[in-house]
Write a protein that binds this ligand. Sequence first.
Ligand code: SF4
Ligand code: SF4
Ligand code: SF4
Length: 307
Amino acid sequence: MTEKENKKSVSRRTFLKTSTLVVAGSAIAYGAVSVPLLRKDRLLLRPPGALGEDIFLASCIKCGQCLQVCPPQVIKLAGISQGFGIGTPYIIPREGACILCSGLPCVLACPTGALAHELSLGKDAEMGLAVISGPDTCLSVRGVNDLVYRLQNLHQKSTSSPDQTELKDILTSLIKRLTEDEKKAWQNRFSLPDISDNSLLTISRQIKNPDLEWIIKFVKSSGQARKACQVCLEECPIKDEKTIVFVSRTHPDTGKEYIWPSVRKTCVGCGVCEEKCPTPAASITISPRLKWSEKPAGNQTGNHNPA
Ligand code: SF4
Ligand code: SF4
Ligand code: SF4
């Protein structure tokens, strides 16, 4: 290659390198700018006490103190895919909700007051509002008992031995709801020494699919199975004031009766109901920062929120 040809080849390589870097750089820059713009309208669920979104974004120094002291470890720090406010704290309720723990340690730990220090009680948190987002899947609306539903799903998924974690979770809830007579029937079926909750729970280790079939029949014939799902209310950490009431309604088109979980003003949007709802996609979800005065209007399926 002549000296002239060599120079030409070098400058071509340099051009290609430079233009590749420019294109890649532009793509990254475009991504960094466009992702926040695309996500601008999607609010994240902030920890309790968070100031209004704009002031919160200006006040939060992204120190991560709140997530370090969070007992259930549910606070995450936003990445680029969350849009505005990279490094700010947020919660995904379905993956782990805020349990409004005593003393609200995240609020106390916040050095800037981005989580307002005036907030001391979980029942005043105002993180958002729960809304029935799956009226067609909600087990209450369908008149289905949550434990029967979960046991049947577990049975369908299992080959010989059911998943232990799911089974123990179901049994723990079931045992709490059994009457003394039902506990005795359980004791006889599995030859247990007594009817204490611990003793009843030990059967999880020996359960195979045929035993699961017996348990499903047992639960279906028990008194508690006549009650449709109310998990969202049962798991709600606001215990002293009913956050959800189950109201009887009639469908305007079909005339069919159903029970509607109606969220009340006392809901603070912590997300525990969304986390615990047993349907594959939660039938109740949190609208971050939604105020009671802005709640969705009633609709044909009964999305009505009495005060
Ligand atoms: S403790 Fe306060 S300032 Fe620090 S990340 Fe959490 S909200 Fe932001
Ligand atoms: S937890 Fe509540 S919203 Fe979810 S299925 Fe049960 S009643 Fe419906
Ligand atoms: S209904 Fe209860 S559990 Fe659900 S968000 Fe409201 S306060 Fe939390």
